[in-house]
Write a protein that binds this ligand. Sequence first.
Ligand code: ADP
Ligand code: MG
Ligand code: ZN
Length: 472
Amino acid sequence: MKYELVVGLETHVELATKTKIFCSCANDFGASPNTHCCPICIGHPGTLPKINREVVNLAIKAGLATNCTINFRSKMDRKNYVYPDLAKAYQISQYDLPICKNGYIELSSGKKIRINRIHMEEDAGKLAYKPSEIYIDYNRGGVPLIEIVTEPDISSSEEAKEYVEKLQNILRYAGVSDCKMQEGSMRCDVNISVKPFGSNSLGTRTEIKNMNSVTFMTKAIDYEYERQIDVLEDGGKVVQQTLRYNESKSSTESMREKEDAHDYRYFGDPDLVEIILSSEDVEKIKKSLPEMPESRFKRYTETLGISEADADLLTKYKNVADFFEAASKEIKSPKIVSNFIIGEIFRSIETESEKENFDISITPVQLEELVKLVELNKINMNLAKKTLAKMLKTGKGVGEFISESDMQGISKEEVERLCKDAVKNNESAVKDYVSGKEKALKAILGSVMRQTKGRGNAQEIEKKLVELIKNT
Ligand code: ADP
Ligand code: MG
Ligand code: ZN
């Protein structure tokens, strides 16, 4: 039998707020253990939580950026469970009235992955396992999270990857989170089932918790898909359970039988009031959202004349697109800026995470200065590229490498003279060109370019050469 893969993702994202969700402790990654804690975030009895307004604002931003409806009335609930990373034995989350619902993210194929809900909650502390001891760090306890829950709309590991990368990018653009999977500020729970091809009912699912790398997530999905099919083909049943992905073995292993919602005994947190929003509140946040990657992509391809492939590369990471925007403010053909970023600057960058950070040695203004010289025909493309390489190496501006005389360009008369000489001295190449060998012209062009020492404009010279040859 042929089986279809069905995946739904629950993605936890730590919000980029200064302070925690219910107290004024710093929301800060990497501090020494238990230095950002107080009686509220550790959950001492008798303390009272108060929601951080910025958490609500960022959750709304996340919702608007993913096409959700914002609930004007939502509330916080207690999710009860016992685990050492959660001292008060309940997590404050949202259950039946989450802040956002019914959104979607569109994949490049046009398929929409529906988002069922986005809710706010507090993170738990972190456990560190030593050979015979377990340490608890409560710094992460009370760090604000949103959880973005999709419908089971994802049908391949590639789609899951694209969804996560799109979500990551959107949330970064919106300033909701840095979404660094390797630091745990974005983590995915992956729900996986299989069903006979074309069937309308869903199979029993397993859930792999806390995936913090897209590569491992796709491997885990592919593994689990095969494993479940094997179980069914052998006449068995898939057991609903929570799994862990073992990276070194490239396989999944059981953590526990999956709990159901009723196991958590959810109830409204009596310490917190409902969150009531007005349409003005939401409107104000909508206005504060920057342009999203999709809209930038559209603008780059439709009005700036940048190819889809290049626009994709430019918008894939916010820092790259921001650099492009800043460097092309006063440029007539931003396509040149785009070409320099993708063709030249990316060449000096090796990893995806370096592209993501885009912490390069020159500033957007320095790139803009260089491109302006090209636009004004003061230097040609060749010289510009060589100069850019030097700028990237040293972090110095174009003035360091290009002298006034380089920028003088070359006079029309001089171009004319050099071209005439070249036509005279390259009789056989001229003959070849006239008889239809396009390439022959390039040889003549090359010799003229060399004589201009890189100052000439190749297009202009080529035009001149063609004109001279026609008139002889
Ligand atoms: P829970 O609260 O128990 O985690 P939910 O109903 O909220 O369960 O669903 C959690 C996630 O699991 C959602 O992303 C949903 O799309 C996904 N999901 C639910 N059923 C299935 C299934 N049969 N196969 C794959 N994913 C599923
Ligand atoms: Mg779940
Ligand atoms: Zn605190």
